[in-house]
Design a protein around this ligand. Sequence first.
Ligand code: FAD
Ligand code: NAP
Length: 549
Amino acid sequence: MTPKDVSACAPEEFDAIIVGAGFAGLYALHRLRGLGLRAKVFEAGTDIGGTWFWNRYPGARCDVESLEYSYSFSDELQQKWDWPERFAAQPDILKYIHHVAERFDLRRDIVVDTKVTSATFDEAESRWTVVTSRGHRASAKFCIMASGNLSLPRVPQFEGLDSFKGRWFHSGLWPHQTVDFSGRRVGVIGTGSSGIQMIPNIAEQAAHLFVFQRTANYSVPSVNRPLTMEVSQTHKARYREWRQAARQTPFGIAGHPPPEKSAFDVPLEERTRSYEAKWGTGGNISFLYAYKDMLVDKDANETACQFVRDKIAETVSDPKVAKLLMPNDHYIGTKRLCLDIGYYETFNRDNVTLVDAKTLPIETIYEGGLRTRGADYKLDDIVFATGFDAMTGALLDIDIRGKNNLALTTKWADGPGTYLGLMTAGFPNMFIITGPGSPSVKTNMIAAIEQHVDWISDFIVHIETNNYSTIEADSEEENRWVAHVNEVADQTLYPLANSWYMGANIPGKPRVFMPYVAGLDKYRDICDDIAAQQYKGFVLKKQPVQATQ
Ligand code: FAD
Ligand code: NAP
């Protein structure tokens, strides 16, 4: 059957349809099943895993420690699973996701290799119908978008890419077989988290690596190491307490006491000692949590920026290269602070060249390589570490129609509007997991996912127990929430950076700061309070009773 024929068939019926089988979709399936709901997951990838299925580039690993970047909902799971490293590598995270799917028998309700192309709300029936790339039609009372914040990879529209005779890759669409760069001239475009993770690894293999850097980024050492049995056991002995503590933090990560001092409460020497200690300990949370005004005060922030620049100068032997690597157009932490293993050191290698793609931008790709405004680079391989259409991309890629056939693309033409990042007015019974307007990407994402899924599950229990047919965000309340999200962001330095948090990486995308940055702890309290007030701000409706003859 072709997708065209599908409208002829009656849709398969479920209580809930979940789009995406990453951490969010898998946990949603588990929870909804636990409520006795019939749920079905559709996943575009050929297997489960989301981010960790797609991003297989060399060096891919998490930047939140694995003991925290993992589900907390099952004590048995967290006790049984052993992470090999402090920051697990992509294959180990994917292994963990597979283990979760087996342990909770999730696969039988997941359809892979199947992209949801449209989702339409039927007002008369109070149900969503989704259509997929493989011709399924399925309908359900609830539609749960677990489609990911960083799941729509973006290759910039470089002229001539089609003519390139070598191989090219995107970090978020990495092949499943090992890519061997030995003996090849490789160009990596992009120096965000993905580029910074892969560059040291590719440099070890390639005959020559050209790094095309448009904007220098801040990176701090991860200080990754194997997790010894002793460290794991000690953590596991108090795992519940760790998780409980994490829930009461802004980032959803325990073990980092909130800073009490401002950067200028202490003299320069003490500040430097503190940054030095954090640099040596590793991790980005530790670094950004050095002083309480780090992300709100430009001068305080600049002290940390300068510390990193000094580290670059110490590490990179060629002063010109070092200077080019020093970020100077944004405040540290206002773009995702990268974690690396030997990134700056890589530029001391003879087979690595840093290309300034800001002063002399990339102009064309041709069959044998890439041309910037200033020079020609013969390349065998090009790697795009150019990021994603973040936060709204995957949602707007689906033709989502709410009440009165309103398209989500129309509603969000000037930027996403949501209530709590969970629902958007005009689209009843559709939940978004870690949507724009929620803490999402500014936290340990698994903690944010669990909070959302748990809250949605409780809401569904309330809806079903009280026989509501539809629930929807109230548009006034939504406007107030969006204003609040902006107001909170405007008290920080975040909106000053041209980041993907602002949509700034996609030409033409509305510039709106999307995450809610008051912290996951505060946000959790707000959500719980709203639930305690009978879901204040949501409009709950019952189906009119049909007259019987
Ligand atoms: P995803 O994992 O993105 O899963 C969404 C799934 O939905 C995808 O598999 C996609 O194929 C599917 N999908 C999308 N649209 C459709 C459709 N129309 N039909 C069917 N399926 C669809 N966060 C952290 O907190 N810590 C980290 O260390 C960290 N590291 C990261 C490293 C990389 C390389 C990247 C890219 C992101 C990282 N993140 C990290 C963010 C990461 O995305 C989240 O931590 C988490 O994995 C998101 O899970 P998810 O299920 O919400 O989304
Ligand atoms: P990104 O942060 O958006 O970085 C994209 C890079 O590509 C930037 O350096 C950008 O330069 C460059 N670029 C884009 N278009 C370009 C062009 N036309 N010419 C030259 N350069 C261009 O993307 P990402 O590195 O994939 O990371 C996205 C997010 O995923 C991260 O912020 C993080 O949240 C997550 N992630 C996490 C990890 C981890 O450590 N666990 C690893 C990877 C990803 P400009 O800055 O000038 O636009």
